[in-house]
Design a binder for this molecule. Structure first.
Ligand SMILES: Nc1ncnc2c1ncn2[C@@H]1O[C@H](COP(=O)(O)OP(=O)(O)OP(=O)(O)O)[C@@H](O)[C@H]1O
Length: 305
């Protein structure tokens, strides 16, 4: 396998007259936790579905592990997909739900027993093997859906809003579990979410999407400290955005210099003042594109590998 689990090149897609994806470029590294983050309708799920092979792009290519799979059907791709409410077969036990894909591939019985037991252990659900899905909580069902998707050892696991149907307390717990599961298995995870704090907590890197385009790709730290556009500055972190006027007495500086720093993108200089602490951040910081740009790569988001 190449260093890249996924490479998406010049991907475009329209539904009718609506351009849903516009010339998308993405590279997901092997073993990386990568999130597609953006507001509702920006095209995240469509991008994920194209990577899975459930949707065909109008233009562009999808490469998985270096191989061009643009014309490959979903079941022949080294990917698996988990939905918001990963529907389990209600009439099957947890064990049979997880074993389903292996049986379909005619894996031997002993091998199935070993691999299902192994993955149930990884998701902390070993003692539930004989239970029916209807007897499980939402979080437990989602863990089984993830186990079912991972048992076939895909190179890439695609997750579409996997936690958004869970209550907030469970979401917070499952974030940590998802992250630790990803590290344990070494599988590349690509997770679609509209939840900024979720993406920032679990991801190695995040692509911020807006209206069918990728606005910026970076670590949580890079997006937070060095947003490249007004949209990213507004979407990441709690901000007050101020338009400023250039300082007539100091060419090249804004009147707000000293208070905070301009963010590029759109007309007059823009100042982003963080209004809340981000977990792990020692204190609220102004967004500073120029200075932070020099730092990115040296400092990593707290909690990252
Ligand atoms: N099969 C389809 N036919 C027509 N329009 C579609 C289809 N699938 C998606 N769209 C439209 O494409 C746009 C992007 O949808 P998509 O589901 O990719 O967005 P999203 O960012 O995942 O949003 P959400 O978080 O609300 O799911 C939306 O305007 C949606 O209505």
């Amino acid at each position: 396998m190449s260093d890249h689990a996924i490479a998406v090149r010049s991907l475009s897609k329209s539904f009718g007259r609506k351009d849903v994806l516009n010339d998308i470029e993405l590279t997901v590294r092997a073993g990386e936790f990568f999130s597609l983050l953006g507001p509702s309708g920006c095209g995240k799920s469509t991008a994920l579905r194209i990577i899975a092979g459930l949707e065909r792009p109008d233009r562009g290519r999808v490469l998985l592990g270096g191989a061009d799979v643009t014309d490959t059907p979903p079941h022949r791709r080294p990917t698996n997909l988990v939905f918001q409410q990963g529907a389990l077969f209600p009439h099957m036990t947890v064990f049979d739900n997880v074993a389903y894909g292996l049986r379909a591939r005619r894996t031997g019985r002993a091998e199935i027993t070993r691999r299902v037991a192994e993955i149930l252990d990884v998701v902390g659900m070993s003692e539930f093997a004989g239970r029916a899905p209807s007897t499980l909580s939402g979080g437990q069902r989602q863990r089984i859906a993830i186990a079912r998707a991972l048992v076939g050892r895909p190179d890439v696991l695609l997750l579409d809003e996997p936690l958004s149907a869970l209550d907030l307390g469970l979401q917070l717990r499952m974030r940590r579990e998802l992250r630790s599961l990803q590290r344990q298995t070494g599988t590349a995870f690509v997770c679609v979410t509209h939840n900024q704090s979720e993406a920032m907590e679990v991801s190695d890197r995040i692509a911020v999407m807006n209206d069918g385009r990728v606005e910026q790709i970076g670590t949580a730290e890079e997006l937070y400290r060095a947003p490249v556009s007004r949209f990213v500055a507004g979407f990441i972190g709690e901000n007050n955005l101020f338009d400023t006027a250039p300082d007539p007495d100091s060419p090249g500086r804004s009147r707000a210099d000293g208070l905070a720093f301009p963010v590029p993108g759109g007309g007059s200089p823009l100042v982003a003042v963080r209004t809340a602490r981000r977990s792990g951040a020692r204190r609220a910081q102004p967004a500073d594109t120029r200075r932070a740009g020099a730092r990115t790569g040296q400092r990593r988001h707290p909690g990252r590998r």
